[in-house]
Every structure is written in C-alpha cells, then in structure tokens.
Design a protein around this ligand. Sequence first.
Ligand code: ADP
Ligand code: F6P
Length: 323
Amino acid sequence: MSKQVETIGVLTSGGDAPGMNAAMRAVVREALFKGKKVKGISRGYAGLLNEDIFDMTASDVSETIARGGTKLQTARCTEFVDPDVQKMAAEICKKHGIDALVVIGGDGSFRGALALAQHGINTIGVPGTIDLDIACTDYTIGFDTAINTAMEAIDKIRDTSKSHDRCTIIEVMGRHAGYIALWCGIACGAEDILLPEKYNHNEQDIINHVIENRKKGKQHHIIINAEGIGHSASMAKRIEAATGMETRASILGYMQRGGIPTCKDRVYASVMGAMAVDLLCEGKSNRVVAYKNGEFCDFDIEEALAMKKEIPDYMNYISKSLV
Ligand code: ADP
Ligand code: F6P
C-alpha cells in the first residue's frame, strides 16, 4: 500500500481522442474535491521531460467537457522507452511535487506509466484511444465518437455510391485494430468489411462477392477497409478492372479523431477520470481503469498489458450474415 498522495499530475499521450478533455476535467475536479493539488503536464511524456508542468484549478477545465482534441495536447515521445529517460522523468515528477500521475492514453502510454510506477510515482492509466484496442477494457475513450463520425460520413458516401451504381471502398482508421471498421461496417450495412485481424489478402474473394451481388441485383457495393490493410486506391483500380463496376476509394482519415464527444464518451470519460483519482486516494498505483462486462473496474497495468483482445466472433459473423 503506497503513502497518501498530495499532488496529482495529469497528462494525455499518444493519439488524441474525443473525450480526453472530459477525462482530464474529471481528474482535476475529483482531485480538488478530495483536497488534492493538481498539476497539468503538456504534450504527454515529451512535456514531462521538458518540465512543461503547471498548476490546475477548477476553472482551468471549465468549458472542456464538450470539446474534442485534448486541451493538454499530446505527443509521441520515442525516447520514453529508454529506462534512463524514465528514471529522469520520475525525478522530474518528484522535483515538481507530483507524487501521483494519471496517464490518459493507450497501451504504449501505459508502458510509460508502468515504468513511472516502478520508479515510485503512483500511477493510474485511463484508456484513451479511438481504436478500442486495449485488451483489458470493452470501452476506450473516443471510440464512440469516432464510430459515429465515421458512420455519418459512410452514410453520405453511400448516397453517392448508390446514385452512381458504384463500388466504393471507404477506409477508416485502425492501423492495427479493426474495431472501427467492424462497428461502422455493421452500422452501415457494408457488403464487405476488411479487418487487419482477419483479412486473408485474397482480393479475388471481394471481386467474386461484387460480381455475385451484381447478379443478385445489388447495384452498388460498399467495402469498409481498415487503415491497417490500406491500399484502398490501388484496390479500387483492381476491383474496377476485374468486375467492370466503376469503383472509387475514400479515405476518411483524421476527421475520425476530432469533433465533439458523444454523450457516452463524455460520461464514461468522466467516470474513468474520477475513478483514477479515487484509486490514487485509496493508495493504489500501477492500475488501469477499465470497463469490462458492464462494470467499471481496474486492473494491474502489467496484467492489463499482457491481456489479448480478439474481434468478437459473433459480431464478425453477423457482419457477413446480415448483408
Ligand atoms: P498509445 O498510448 O495510444 O498506444 P503510442 O503507442 O504512440 O500511443 O504511445 C504513446 C507514448 O507512450 C509514446 O510516444 C511513448 O512516449 C510512450 N511509450 C510507448 N511505448 C512505450 C514503452 N514500451 N515504454 C515506455 N513508454 C512507451
Ligand atoms: O488514434 C489511433 C490512430 O488513429 C490509429 O488508428 C492510427 O494508427 C494512428 O492513430 C495514427 O496516428 P498518427 O498519424 O497521429 O501517428
């Protein structure tokens, strides 16, 4: 059991996600409510190393819950994998009186959090990524907003695809994970959904599907392609050449990372941010806040990082059976 914390630092790290501000706000407000001091750290671990650290008050987080992006800003800080750099970062925390830290980010950020915990900084991770690719949790901050943003865009592209009797490949984010593709694909009734975890790289299967559907009378065809598979433009050319169906590609890109967070992202992020502070106040460290099987909970960071996540079989099945 660690000693009582007095000053809680908060940072956002890795790719930004809508709802990170709601989580930051909850950390600040819950910590102040519990009589703790709060220090914000700009630009993730890069800002920590640059000592870009400042006191935070309740009013500093006013009007943030509904804002996309991250007011604390974020960064990828490659040197943070270096054990000497991690030790130095822990010393910087101590120098600034930060005895506890909330890290809002993904798996990579949690590895940094684990290192800081090992150097005596009580650290809690809060899952923030649009990719939903954190194994210990069924929810990550930003996913709900991102899939709704992508879904609306896909619905619009579907209108023009249908009007022109086209095949359209829509590439959504997810360099290593297909959750955005799977959810948007099901939500939009896509004819094919290509997931990095499942794709067999046999384009002929897609071509056959387009041809079969045409024979059945389907006049247009939507393919949701995850960023991790990529090559949407060249894939479109090959599909057009093989099927004779006019084919276009649209890459949705970074719009999926921005925008006003949904109600779910605001509320879940608020719960998770507050829980992180409550865990610290209970003397806990080296934990990740999660949402699993319908409940908010927490896991040891190392155990959380060792967990594996798989595309749910039944969702994968219906993504094919319902179209
Ligand atoms: P995410 O947190 O969304 O997974 P990244 O993988 O880019 O995003 O990680 C964010 C940051 O976390 C990195 O820029 C780096 O500062 C830190 N980080 C990533 N991997 C490690 C690691 N193995 N050890 C320590 N810090 C890490
Ligand atoms: O935030 C997650 C994500 O969108 C991934 O899908 C993608 O791999 C990555 O971020 C790309 O982010 P960046 O270009 O900022 O490194």
